[in-house]
Design a protein around this ligand. Structure first.
Ligand code: ADP
Length: 486
C-alpha cells in the first residue's frame, strides 16, 4: 500500500473538514482518489452537496469576525505553529502527496517545506500590515488609511502542487484576518485534509479554515454567487479562471488568479551553457513538466545550439522513471490519461510540421500514464508546442539568430507568467529582463518561486501576486478615515 509507512496515521483521513467538524460522505456519495502510478483506488472522499459548502461559508463568516479581532501577533502564533507542525510531519505529508499525485518523494518534500514557508512568512507579515496617516487638505483634519481583511475567501487549488498551493493561499489570507473555504482538486484531496488536521492541531479556530470536496462546477458557482464570499483565489487553467472571473463579476468579488503559462527559456551565446542546461532540467522536467512555470519553449542561439542540445540530451537520458516512492526516481507518472494525450498531440503536431525527436517521444514501457522525457528540435512558432502549455516532459528546441528576434518570439503569446534566460552580458541582461512580457523573469536560474518574492502573471496568466510583502495586499481592503474637528 502506497501510504502504509506513515508515522502518524491520523494525518491520512478521507473526511472533509467543515466548520471544525470532520464529515464523511452523505448517502454514500463519494469521489475516488487514485494512485497515478497504477490507477488503484486509495481512498473515497465525500462528494459534498452545495448545502454543506454553504454551511462552511456561513461558519467562516462567523469565525472570521473573531479571528480578525485577534491581534496580529496572536494570529502569527497560530500560523507559526501550523508551519512547525507541517515541518515536523514532512515525511508523512510527502507520502500522502506522492500517493495521490505521483511525483518523487524528494519533490514532495521540497514542495511541502518550501510552501509551508508561506505560513511562516505571512504570519510575520501580519505584524507589518501598517496603515498610513497622510497630510490632509484642511488644518482641522487628518487622513488615516486603515488596512482591513477582505473577509471570507474561497480558494480553489490544482493537483500539481496539492500541498503547497494551499499554504500559499491560506498563509496570507489567515494572516490578514480572513477566513478561508478551500476546494482542493478532486485528484488530490488527501493532502488538503492532512493540512486541515494540522491546522486544527495548531489552533486554527473552527470555521476559519474549511476543506470541502465535491463537484467542481457547482461549488465554484456557489463561491462566485454567495454574498458572504468576498474574494476568490484560484490556481488552475486559464479557461476555468476566465469562467470564475465572469461568474464573480455579478457580485464584484475580489479575485486572485494564477493561471496558465507558456514560459520561454532563452539561451544566449554568452551564457554559461552548463548552468543553462542545469536550469533547463529544473525548469522543464520538475514535476514531470507539470507546473505552470515550467519552461515550455526553449530558444537557443544558433552558435550554441549544438553544444546545449548535446548536454541537455545527456541529462535527459539519465532521468529514471518509476514510482515516486522508490529511491532514485526522477520522474513519476503524469497525472492522468488526458495529460498523456495532450503530450502525444503536441509531439505528433510538431512531427507533422517538421520537428524531430532527439529522445523520448513516446509512452514509456512502464505503461499507465508514464511518458518518456522528450527532447525535440526543428521546432517553429506555428507548432502547438510553441503556442500552448504542454504541461508534460517535452522540451522543444527552437533556434534563433538575434536578441530582437527572440524577444519577439518569446512575447508572441497570450500568456505571461514565468520566463527565463541565460546570458552574462550586463547590457543584454537588463534589456531582455525589461523587454520580456512576463510577471517573472529568471536570469541565470530555472527556479523562481519562494515565499519572499511576488509570484504571478501578466496578460492572460492571471491577476494578483502570491508571496512577498505584496502577497498580502490581495487579502486586504483599504479604508480611508477622515478625522475632522481637530
Ligand atoms: P486542470 O485542467 O489542470 O485540472 P483546472 O483549472 O481544471 O486545471 O483545475 C484546477 C482547479 O479548478 C481544480 O480544483 C478543479 O477542480 C477546479 N475546477 C475545475 N473546473 C471548475 C469550475 N467550473 N469551477 C470551479 N472550479 C473548477
Amino acid at each position: 500500500r502506497p501510504v502504509a509507512a506513515l508515522t502518524d496515521r491520523t494525518l491520512l483521513t478521507d473526511k472533509a473538514y467543515v466548520a471544525g467538524r470532520w464529515l464523511g460522505a452523505e448517502d454514500g456519495r463519494t469521489i475516488a482518489v487514485t494512485d497515478p502510478f497504477n490507477g488503484s483506488v486509495i481512498a473515497h472522499v465525500p462528494d459534498l452537496g452545495v448545502d454543506v459548502v454553504r454551511q462552511a461559508i456561513d461558519a467562516a463568516a462567523v469565525a472570521q469576525v473573531e479571528w480578525a479581532r485577534r491581534s496580529a501577533k496572536e494570529r502569527a502564533v497560530v500560523l507559526r505553529r501550523w508551519y512547525e507542525l507541517i515541518i515536523e510531519n514532512t515525511d508523512d505529508l510527502a507520502q500522502i502527496l506522492t500517493a495521490e499525485q505521483g511525483k518523487p518523494l524528494a519533490e514532495s518534500r521540497g514542495e511541502i517545506v518550501s510552501n509551508a514557508a508561506y505560513l511562516e512568512w505571512f504570519g510575520e507579515e501580519a505584524k507589518r500590515i501598517d496603515g498610513d496617516i497622510i497630510p490632509a487638505p484642511n488644518r482641522n483634519q487628518r487622513v488615516l488609511v486603515l488596512k482591513q481583511p477582505v473577509g471570507v475567501c474561497a480558494a480553489i487549488t490544482p493537483w500539481n502542487f496539492p500541498n503547497g498551493m494551499i499554504t500559499r493561499k491560506a498563509g496570507p489570507a489567515l494572516a490578514a484576518g480572513c477566513a478561508m473555504v478551500l476546494k482542493p482538486a478532486a485528484q488530490t484531496p488527501l493532502s488538503a485534509f492532512a493540512l486541515a488536521v494540522l491546522a486544527e492541531r495548531a489552533g486554527v479556530p473552527a470555521g476559519v479554515f474549511s476543506v470541502v470536496t465535491g463537484e467542481a462546477r457547482p461549488i465554484g458557482m456557489e463561491f462566485c454567487h454567495n454574498p458572504k464570499i468576498a474574494k476568490i483565489t484560484f490556481t488552475g487553467s486559464t479557461g476555468v479562471g476566465r469562467w470564475l472571473m465572469k461568474e464573480a463579476a455579478e457580485g464584484i468579488k475580489r479575485l486572485s488568479l494564477e493561471l496558465g503559462g507558456n514560459a520561454p527559456f532563452v539561451v544566449f551565446d554568452d551564457a554559461d551553457i552548463d548552468a543553462a542546461v542545469e536550469g533547463a532540467m529544473i525548469s522543464k522536467f520538475r514535476n514531470a513538466g507539470q507546473t505552470c512555470v515550467c519552461a515550455n519553449r526553449i530558444y537557443v542561439q544558433e552558435s550554441v545550439a549544438e553544444t546545449f542540445t548535446t548536454k541537455l540530451l545527456e541529462k535527459v537520458s539519465a532521468i529514471t522513471l518509476g514510482r515516486g516512492t522508490e529511491v532514485g526516481v526522477g520522474q513519476g507518472p503524469l497525472i492522468d490519461e488526458r495529460a498523456v494525450m495532450k503530450m502525444e498531440e503536441h509531439v505528433s503536431d510538431a512531427l507533422a510540421k517538421g520537428g524531430r525527436i532527439l529522445t523520448g517521444g513516446k509512452r514509456s514501457a512502464l505503461g499507465g500514464t508514464f511518458f518518456e522525457p522528450t527532447v525535440m528540435n526543428g521546432i517553429t512558432q506555428d507548432m502547438k508546442v510553441a503556442k500552448e502549455e504542454t504541461f508534460a516532459p517535452l522540451a522543444p528546441i527552437i533556434t534563433f539568430r538575434t536578441e530582437e528576434e527572440v524577444i519577439a518570439m518569446a512575447n508572441d503569446s497570450e500568456f505571461g507568467l514565468a520566463s527565463y534566460f541565460y546570458a552574462r552580458d550586463l547590457g543584454r541582461v537588463w534589456r531582455v529582463a525589461e523587454a520580456l512580457e512576463a510577471g517573472m523573469v529568471g536570469v541565470n536560474t530555472g527556479m523562481l518561486a519562494n515565499e519572499m518574492a511576488p509570484f504571478g502573471g501578466v496578460k492572460q496568466s492571471g491577476v494578483g501576486r502570491e508571496g512577498s510583502t505584496y502577497g498580502i495586499e490581495g487579502f486586504l481592503e483599504l479604508k480611508y478615515v477622515a478625522v475632522a474637528g481637530i
